[in-house]
Ligand binder design. Structure first.
Ligand code: HMG
Ligand code: MG
Length: 296
């Protein structure tokens, strides 16, 4: 039987958070419905962050209760603090993701706190989540470079990832927030983190600014990772990471994974249609190469 790679779809959150024009809640729900129909089983649905900081996610509490409760899928949401956690759980959320970074400067810009302060903020979130039976994922951003600090030492990535894991995050997603990494650096970073955390508890999250995301994923698959984040149509970017472009397009990832003989449970044709639908809604061409090839 083919080996499975878990794809975590982040377009409803990472893909849309940077859009200037507000995407209607009904359209976000339709996107999630289509993503689910393509076979994706983990779909990051929204973020319970401050609406002043990220206006595009201001409808989180309206959107989440309209998602199916018992379709066997996971719909994690971002929470930056206990306030976000409480808002999320009140809406029926069963999985959250906390997020910090390996670079002090980016963390301050993104969540108005230093790395240590952010980790301390997460302690009560993890404590409550444990008591509530809510799963917690942890993100480490700027793992291969920071828009403000520049180079980021691998030892800082390892330290922050290990703290999140020790705190109780079941999985740590390693984010190249501004897409500056190349394959050798990505592999070395992953292997260093895997020295402290089991590979099975690691995921990779590449933005595609320099067109390196798929090469980076390949290097990390070779090193043993089996969970990859991606965003349909190559949407995405962080409003507080200057120069960040979209994520790796899920269609391109799935095409590559199937070509490598991995099973994903995802139907590429349905996914490509979903990407075309989203691009039409956003009024621009898809950034997915697989989409362009299949529509040529
Ligand atoms: P702050 O201003 O320091 O917060 O922001 P505060 O605690 O001082 O509160 C200020 C106001 O915000 C108060 O309201 C709070 O109630 C409210 P006021 O009294 O002024 O009316 N507030 C909230 N409202 C709703 N939900 C909440 C919440 N918390 C406070 N959870 C804060 C600190 C963390 C809140 C803010 O900086 C924030 O929301 N940041 C989020 C930034 C963000 O979402 N960035 C994008 C996601 S990260 C990413 O994209 C990277 C990733 O994809 C991986 C990768 O690519 O590397 C994950
Ligand atoms: Mg991201």
């Amino acid at each position: 039987m083919a080996e499975h790679v878990r794809v975590v779809e982040v377009s409803p959150r990472d893909g849309l958070q940077n859009e200037a024009a507000f995407v209607a809640t009904a359209d976000k729900l339709e996107l999630i419905r289509r993503l689910a129909a393509s076979g994706l089983r983990s779909i990051e649905a929204t973020a319970f962050v401050s609406p002043k900081w990220v206006p595009q996610m201001a409808d989180a509490a309206e959107l989440f209760p309209q998602l199916p409760r018992d379709d066997g899928r996971r719909y994690p949401v971002l929470v930056p603090n206990l306030q976000g956690y409480e808002r999320a759980v009140a809406c029926g959320v069963r999985e959250v993701a906390v997020f910090t970074a390996a670079s002090e400067a980016f963390t301050r810009k993104n969540i108005n706190a230093g790395i240590e302060e952010s980790l301390q903020r997460f302690e009560p979130v993890l404590e409550r989540a444990r008591a509530d039976g809510v799963a917690v994922r942890g993100y480490v951003s700027t793992v291969l470079g920071c828009p403000y600090q520049g180079a980021v030492p691998v030892s800082d990535v390892v330290r922050v990832a290990a703290r999140l894991h020790a705190m109780g995050c079941y999985e740590i997603s390693l984010g190249d927030t501004i897409g500056v990494g190349t394959a050798g650096a990505a592999r070395a970073m992953l292997q260093a983190v895997a020295g402290d955390i089991p590979m099975a508890a690691l995921a990779v999250h590449f933005h595609d600014t320099y067109g390196q995301a798929l090469a980076n994923v390949f290097a990390c698959l070779e090193a043993g990772v089996r969970t990859v984040d991606a965003s349909v149509s190559g949407t995405g970017g962080c409003p507080y990471a200057k120069g960040a472009s979209g994520n790796l397009a899920t269609e391109d990832l799935v095409y590559a994974l199937h070509g490598l003989g991995f099973d994903t449970g995802i139907d590429l044709a349905t996914l490509v249609e979903t990407g075309s639908w989203l691009s039409a809604k956003l009024g621009r061409d898809s950034l997915s190469k697989a989409n362009r090839a299949l529509h040529a």
